[in-house]
Design a binder for this molecule. Structure first.
Ligand code: RRO
Length: 314
C-alpha cells in the first residue's frame, strides 16, 4: 500500500487539514455546537447563516429526516451576526479556519453585516448565502442574476475578508452560463454548490399530511436524493468559473466515495449537511477515513492529484 493519502486543501488562502467540513445549517448555531465542530475532524468551522438581528425562525416541526435525505424549512433561525462575530475569537483555540455565513434579509442588511465584520482577522472568510429557500416572501437571490450582480457590486465595495457565495442548484444549462458570467466579474474566492433544492414537498401517506409545518409543508430537500444535482453544479461551475475560484461541493455526501465524486467533479472541499444532522460530528472522522482509504487504493496521494479529472465518454 502507498503511504496514507492527505486530505489537506486550501480555501480562500486558508489551509485546512481536511477538505471535509460542515454545511452551514445543521448544528452550527450555538457556541457549543461550533465548539463541537472545532473539536472534531472537520477541516474548518462554518457558522449558521446570520441575519442582522436574532431570529427564532419558522414554527416546528421544521426539519424531518426521510429514508433518502431531509426536508427543512428552518426559516433562518440564528443568534444574529454579532454572536457569530464574537465567536470568531473563541474559534481560534481550535487552530482551524472559522468561516462565517451571512444571509441578510435585504441587500442593505448584507452590507451592514459585511461592514461590521471588517478587520476581524479571526474570520478567515465569509460565505454569502444567496440561496435560502425558506423565508416566506423572500426570493432566492441566486435565481435572479441581475440582483445577484447588484448585490455583489455593493458587497465588494466593503468586504474585507475573502468572500465566497453559496448558490442554489441550477437545472437549466443557460442558467449556469448566466450565473458564471456574473461571478467571473468579481474577486470571489469560492462558490459553494449547492444549497438545498428549494420547495420540495414530502407527504406522509398514513396521516395524508405534509410533514413540516411552515409554508404548507414546502421545504428545502437535502441528502442522498440531491447528489446528482450537486455533482452537476460542481462540475459545471468548475468548468465555467475562473481558475482561481475554488468550488466547494455540498449535497448528498454520506460516505468517502460521495466526497471523492465531488472532488473528481472539481470540488476543492466538501461540506456535509444532512449526514451531519443524522450522525453528529463523528461523520468527519469516518468519512475522512473512507476517503483517505479510497484515495490510497487508487494511488492518489492528495486532493490535487484527482480534483476535476472526471472523464467523459466522448
Ligand atoms: O434556515 C433555513 O431555513 C435554511 C437556510 Br438559511 C438555507 O440556506 N438552506 C436551507 O435549506 N435552510
Amino acid at each position: 500500500m502507498p503511504p496514507a493519502a492527505s486530505l489537506a486543501t486550501t480555501i480562500a488562502g486558508s489551509p485546512l487539514a481536511s477538505c471535509l467540513y460542515n454545511a452551514s445549517g445543521p448544528v452550527c448555531s450555538t457556541a457549543d455546537e461550533l465548539d463541537a465542530l472545532g473539536g472534531s475532524d472537520a477541516g474548518a468551522i462554518l457558522s449558521k447563516s446570520a441575519t442582522l438581528e436574532k431570529r427564532a425562525g419558522n414554527p416546528e416541526p421544521r426539519y424531518v429526516e426521510t429514508s433518502w435525505g431531509s426536508i427543512n424549512s428552518m426559516g433562518l433561525p440564528n443568534e444574529g451576526y454579532r454572536y457569530y462575530l464574537d465567536y470568531a475569537r473563541r474559534a481560534q483555540a481550535f487552530g482551524k479556519p472559522y468561516f462565517m455565513s451571512v444571509s441578510g434579509l435585504s441587500h442593505d442588511d448584507n452590507i451592514d453585516i459585511i461592514k461590521a465584520l471588517a478587520r476581524e482577522e479571526a474570520i478567515s472568510a465569509i460565505e454569502l448565502n444567496l440561496s435560502c429557500p425558506n423565508v416566506p416572501g423572500k426570493p432566492q437571490t441566486g435565481y435572479d442574476f441581475d440582483q445577484s450582480r447588484v448585490l455583489l457590486e455593493r458587497i465588494f465595495e466593503h468586504v474585507d475578508q475573502p468572500l465566497g457565495v453559496k448558490l442554489p442548484p441550477y437545472f437549466d444549462l443557460p442558467h449556469f452560463d448566466m450565473m458564471a458570467a456574473v461571478l467571473n466579474d468579481f474577486p470571489i474566492a469560492f462558490v459553494t454548490c449547492v444549497n438545498s433544492i428549494g420547495n420540495g414537498l414530502v407527504v406522509d401517506t398514513d396521516t395524508e399530511s405534509v410533514v413540516i409545518k411552515p409554508k404548507s409543508g414546502f421545504g428545502g430537500i437535502g441528502g442522498d436524493f440531491i447528489k446528482p444535482t450537486a455533482l452537476a453544479n460542481v462540475r459545471k461551475f468548475y468548468t465555467l468559473l475562473r481558475e482561481d475560484i475554488a468550488i466547494i461541493g455540498c449535497g448528498g455526501v454520506k460516505t468517502g466515495t460521495d466526497a471523492f465524486e465531488h472532488i473528481l467533479c472539481g470540488a476543492s472541499a466538501v461540506q456535509i449537511g444532512t449526514q451531519l444532522m443524522r450522525e453528529g460530528v463523528g461523520c468527519f472522522a469516518r468519512i475522512g477515513r473512507e476517503l483517505s482509504t479510497l484515495m490510497q487504493e487508487k494511488g492518489y496521494p492528495d486532493i490535487d492529484s484527482f480534483k476535476g479529472k472526471l472523464k467523459s465518454l466522448d
